[in-house]
Design a protein around this ligand. Structure first.
Ligand SMILES: Nc1nc(=O)c2c([nH]1)NC[C@@H]1CN(c3ccc(C(=O)N[C@@H](CCC(=O)O)C(=O)O)cc3)CN21
Ligand SMILES: CC(C)C(=O)C(=O)O
Ligand SMILES: [Mg+2]
Length: 280
């Protein structure tokens, strides 16, 4: 039994300049892959809605969806710290509702931590959830649940005003007790500044090499089917085509009768089957 990664491990890793690895997973099988690879943290991302459920954005994902998939990921993980994304409209309405829903997410999945999108505006909510005993990961920069306001999935924080706000957002989240912050799609220089100013670890996705850790979507790492391929994605495998090929050969073998051959079947005493033939 290896020791679980915890919020303390993350703080330790930042102190020791050891990079934190994180990948998303959405079910038992994908969690096993991430876990076997020794990745430190597994994010049950609400990107689930897009890469697994086929929605156009993440807004349709419900807390019940996250809990259903989160439970499967927890069953498939062992050492990695599992973080559950709070979906759209489960934490924005009030701090009370946010605490209640964060509580459901960890109580019903067995994961230790939640992640939610927003900076300064969400700091008080983060504080309340942390006060209830639940570790919270922040998420600023490109926040996909605000896709309507951002006018698409576009890089954030390029001008002085927006960049300054993002630094403030990060500091407010740290003050509120967040254990880590995801920085998504912001200039690498800004991510470096934020990472230097914070004592808690930053985890980047499209935010450059100076973050304390990195996160990518499971399907992007492996080269599985997705409708989006953000600029920041590096594919470490190209598994979609080989999967289609295997499926195609299976289909052809069934059509031709080449599958199943005897080795993939069961047999019985011929005398019994003869008796049955006579009877019917
Ligand atoms: N497969 C996948 N990977 C992700 O990282 C991801 C998702 N899906 N879905 C949820 C969010 C959405 N994300 C995205 C999606 C697209 C871009 C993207 O394509 N950005 C463009 C710029 C777009 C523009 O300028 O209009 C880019 O060049 O990176 C970025 C982040 C990140 N998340
Ligand atoms: C891309 C990461 C940070 C995320 O929030 C998700 O997968 O939902
Ligand atoms: Mg998300």
């Amino acid at each position: 039994m290896t020791k679980r990664v915890t919020t303390l491990t993350l703080a330790e890793m930042k102190k020791n300049n050891e990079k934190i690895t994180m990948a998303t997973a959405y079910d038992y099988a994908s969690a096993k892959v991430v876990e076997e690879a020794g990745i430190d943290m597994i994010l049950v991302g609400d990107s689930l809605g897009m890469v697994v459920l086929g929605y156009e954005n993440t807004l349709s994902v419900t807390l019940d969806d996250m809990i259903h998939h989160g439970k499967a990921v927890v069953r498939g993980s062992n050492r990695a710290m599992v973080v559950i994304d709070m979906p759209f409209m489960t934490y924005q309405v009030s701090k009370e509702v946010a605490v209640r829903n964060a509580g459901r997410a960890i109580q019903e999945t067995g994961a230790p931590a939640v992640k939610l999108e927003g900076g300064e505006d969400m700091a008080k909510t983060v504080k309340k959830i942390v006060k209830a005993g639940i570790p919270v990961v922040g998420h600023i920069g490109l926040t996909p649940q605000s896709v309507g306001q951002m006018g698409g999935f576009v890089v954030q924080g390029k001008n002085e005003k927006m960049a300054e706000q993002l630094v403030k957002d990060a500091l407010k989240l740290e003050d509120a007790g967040a254990c880590s912050i995801v920085l998504e799609a912001i200039p690498r220089q800004l991510a470096q500044l934020i990472t230097e100013k914070l004592t808690i670890p930053t985890i980047g996705i499209g935010a450059g090499v100076h973050c304390d850790g990195q996160v990518l979507v499971y399907h992007d790492i492996l080269g599985l089917q997705t409708d989006m391929r953000p600029k920041f994605v590096k594919q470490y495998g190209t598994f979609f085509n080989p999967m289609v090929n295997a499926m195609e050969i299976y289909g052809k073998e069934v059509k031709s009768g080449a599958f199943p051959s005897q080795e993939h079947t069961f047999t019985m005493d011929e005398a019994i089957i003869e008796k049955l033939r006579e009877k019917f």
